[in-house]
Write a protein that binds this ligand. Sequence first.
Ligand SMILES: Cc1ncc(COP(=O)(O)O)c(C=O)c1O
Length: 448
Amino acid sequence: MNIKTGTPVAGDPIANNLDAFWMPFTANRAFKRDPRMVARAEDMHYFTPDGRPILDGTAGLWCCNAGHTRAPIVEAIREEAGRLDYAPSFQFGHPRAFELAARLAALAPTGLDHVFFANSGSEAVDTALKIALAYHRVRGEGSRARLIGRERGYHGVGFGGISVGGILANRRHFGTLLAGVDHLPATYDRTRQAFTRGEPEWGAHFADHLEGLVGLHGADTIAAVIVEPMAGSTGVLPPPKGYLERLRAICDRHGILLIFDEVITGFGRLGHAIAAERYGVTPDLITFAKGATSGAVPLGGIIARDSVYQAFMHGPEHTIELFHGYTYSAHPLAVAAGLATLDVYRDEDLFARAGTLETAWADAAMALRDIPIVEDIRTIGLVAGIDLARLDDTPGKRGFSTMDRAFREEGVMIRSTADTIALSPPLTISEAQIDELFGKVRRVLETA
Ligand SMILES: Cc1ncc(COP(=O)(O)O)c(C=O)c1O
């Protein structure tokens, strides 16, 4: 087929015409040689173009928390598309955007009352970092220009996000990045934490490195610290017990803003609306995306502490307080999807469900421990990370082939980052499907 005109061309089947799409975070050549295509989705399954069901072990990309093509969400998007296709959020507004902001703020801890909308996790992160920098500036503490991230952190792909992020491959090709960024150490040490369910007992002291950075740079140069409460994309690293509390205390001591990147942990993944609730630790800014619409329409954003918002609300009333925003901030379709998704989460009590299933999930995951190539397993909420022994001493080769074979041979979508398998199904998964999922993963790993 001629992909520009749609005209069939003899001897040129569509499967050989995949070149135009430069796919993100994908081994393009391998994919295009032998694609893993999905064409339809429903509840816990994707379906390939020829109708083969694929059990979704990853909620798409950690986002379809309510399951796929849920009727109330689909209907809300359909209706809104016919009512309000687009509305600018610069100097104008539409009522549902304010309703969604209020409902999202109600999910956050007391005192986090203001939502700024973006379209993705990466934009949410850059929004949070910019607000943190500007917050100190508008309060007359402009020397606080330094941002602190963490090794093995993933905060999307904007320049801000990769600067505070701690994954080498995501940083190495992109020059000097943001100036004045530093990093805390990662919280993982296999020798002390292997095969832990939930939060490891050991490792709270990793937070104390923040005191070291304050000593090195001076608190008056540090604007904010950003961490994922549970590092997801780097391979599922739950926070050690007490770690987040310690970070909060050190930030308070030194006037540093604490940002939780909850793009993955938000919307029920850890058994609560957000991870801040699970840990009883209140950050100053929370980023969200993914589960906000159960993946149905791109939507991200931040929830800010009232004192952060109020710091900007000065000067003549006709002036813009924050020079930041996106054409599609609070896009009507995203907002409609967000409201309908929150209804589904509420009506089906899905935030609590990951907590209810956590033990059965962890039991099923840890049962893979006897497989010779499995080096570590970590579980928390409805998330599991499984570290595999390298194949041929080549990083990522085993992870890739496991993901590929799982799709082709077992009909299951799993995610691999390097040689770690990450599982994070829709929160609607049944106990029988948990067993089915790990049964499929076992068969792939046993024949690896
Ligand atoms: C913690 C975290 N922050 C930010 C992002 C980036 O989100 P997006 O891909 O929507 O830009 C991700 C994506 O996985 C994430 O896990």
